[in-house]
Ligand binder design. Structure first.
Ligand code: CA
Length: 377
C-alpha cells in the first residue's frame, strides 16, 4: 500500500452573526481538511487547526514527502516532515499542517486494520464522554448580557451539564456576566471561563479572586501564552485552577509549560499540537507531571471525530475506580461544518457524546456537502 495523492479542502462559510473573543473577531468560518488517498483505494481524513489558507499551502508543500510511501509508517512520516520543515517553524502553521496529515494517516491505519483508532492506540477506556458547551462569545451588535443569557439558557435546555463562556472584555463587565450566568444555570452546572489571553497578570489575578465564589472549574488562557512565568504566578495568586494549551505545540511546547508548572489543566489541540501521534506522547508527559488533560477541540466534524478517538484513550484521572475527568469540548457557535459534512453527524444527547466505533475516525465525509462548502483551489 502506497500513498497515491494528498488533497486539501478549504471549507468556507460567512457567518450571519459575527462574534468576538477577547482577542479575535470571527466573521467567517474557514477550516482545512486533508484527504490522503492510497493506491488500493483507502482514504484518510484529517484537519488542521488555524488559518485555512496558510495550512493549505504548507500541506501542499509537504505532500511530496509522503507520496509513494507506506501510510502505516506514521511515526517515520512525522519525523520526516518535522525534520524537513523544522526551519519553517517549530510551532504554529508548520505543526498544524503535520497535525492534519498525521490524523489522516491514523484514519487510513484504522481502515486498513478495520479498527477504530482508539483500538490501535491501545484500547478505549470509554464508549461515550461528557461534553461541555463552548460559547458565550460576544455577539457583534447585540446587547452582551441579553445574548449571553439567551445562549446559556439554550445550553441548559439542550441538557448540557457543563459550559464555558468567554471573558476578557473588562473586569466589571466580565464579573457581571459571570454572576448572571451562574444565576441562570444554578449551582449544579459546571462553569468555566476563557479569556483568550485578554488580560495581564494583575487584571487576571483580580478577576480570579473576585470570580472564584461563583464556583468556576477553570480559568482558561488568562494571559498571553508566551508568558509562562505569568501562568505560574497566577496559579498561586488567585484561587481558580488555570488552564491553557491550545497555542502550545508539540511535545516540546507542552513540556515547557508542564516543567514550569504553568497550568492545572493542559489543553492541547490534536489538529494543532502535532496530531494523534504527538498527543499520545503528550499524554505520557501529563502522567509524569500529574496534570489533567482536557483537550481543546475546534473545527469540523473531522476534528470532532479525532477528538473523540483521543477522549476514548484518555486514562482516567486519577487512575482510580469511579474516577473519570474526561470532558469533551463541544463548540456550539454557528458552524455548518460541525454536523453538515458527515453522513452521520456527531452530536450530543443531554450533554453526552457517543464515540464512533467504526474503523479509523469512524466517520464518512459527505462529498456533496463538502463540495457545497469548498472554495475552488
Ligand atoms: Ca480557548
Amino acid at each position: 500500500m502506497q500513498i497515491a495523492s494528498i488533497h486539501t479542502h478549504l471549507l468556507s462559510q460567512p457567518l450571519d452573526q459575527p462574534f468576538d473573543s477577547a482577542t479575535m473577531s470571527f466573521t467567517i468560518r474557514q477550516h482545512l481538511l486533508v484527504e490522503i488517498r492510497c493506491d488500493n483505494g483507502l482514504i484518510g481524513w484529517g484537519e488542521c487547526l488555524g488559518h485555512a489558507g496558510i495550512n493549505q499551502a504548507i500541506v501542499n508543500a509537504m505532500a511530496p514527502t509522503l507520496v509513494g510511501k507506506n501510510p502505516l509508517d506514521i511515526e517515520l512520516h512525522w519525523l520526516a516532515l518535522y525534520n524537513q520543515f523544522r526551519d519553517q517553524g517549530q510551532r504554529g502553521a508548520t505543526i498544524n499542517a503535520i497535525s492534519g496529515l498525521d490524523v489522516a494517516l491514523w484514519d487510513i491505519a484504522g481502515h486498513f486494520h478495520q479498527q477504530p483508532i482508539s483500538q490501535l492506540m491501545g484500547g478505549a477506556y470509554r464508549t461515550h464522554v461528557q461534553a461541555y458547551a463552548t460559547g458565550g462569545f460576544r455577539a457583534v451588535g447585540k446587547d452582551r448580557l441579553t445574548s449571553l443569557s439567551d445562549e446559556v439558557q439554550g445550553f441548559m435546555n439542550a441538557g448540557f451539564k457543563a459550559m464555558k463562556i468567554k471573558v476578557g472584555f473588562g473586569l466589571e463587565d466580565d464579573l457581571r456576566d459571570i454572576a448572571a450566568v451562574r444565576d441562570i444555570i444554578g449551582p449544579g452546572t459546571r462553569l468555566m471561563i476563557d479569556a483568550n489571553h485578554g488580560y495581564d497578570t494583575l487584571a487576571a489575578t483580580e478577576l480570579g479572586k473576585r470570580a472564584a465564589h461563583y464556583d468556576i472549574d477553570w480559568f482558561e488562557e488568562p494571559v498571553t501564552p508566551e508568558a509562562l512565568n505569568s501562568y505560574k504566578t497566577l496559579r498561586t495568586a488567585q484561587p481558580i485552577p488555570v488552564a491553557a494549551g491550545e497555542t502550545w505545540h508539540t511535545r516540546w511546547g507542552i513540556a515547557a509549560a508542564l516543567q514550569n508548572e504553568c497550568v492545572d489543566i493542559i489543553q492541547p489541540d490534536i489538529c494543532g499540537v502535532g496530531g494523534l501521534s504527538e498527543m499520545r506522547k503528550i499524554l505520557t508527559l501529563c502522567d509524569i507531571y500529574g496534570t489533567r488533560c482536557v483537550p481543546h477541540v475546534w473545527g469540523t466534524g473531522v476534528a470532532l471525530a479525532a477528538g473523540l478517538q483521543l477522549h476514548a484513550i484518555l486514562p482516567p484521572s486519577p487512575p482510580s475506580f469511579g474516577s473519570d475527568a474526561a470532558l469533551l469540548e463541544f463548540d456550539q457557535t454557528p458552524n455548518p461544518f460541525r454536523l453538515g459534512i458527515l453522513t452521520t453527524p456527531i452530536d450530543h444527547k443531554n450533554g453526552i457524546v457517543d464515540i464512533p466505533q467504526g474503523p479509523g475516525l469512524g466517520i464518512d465525509v459527505d462529498r456533496d456537502a463538502l463540495a457545497h462548502f469548498t472554495l475552488p483551489a
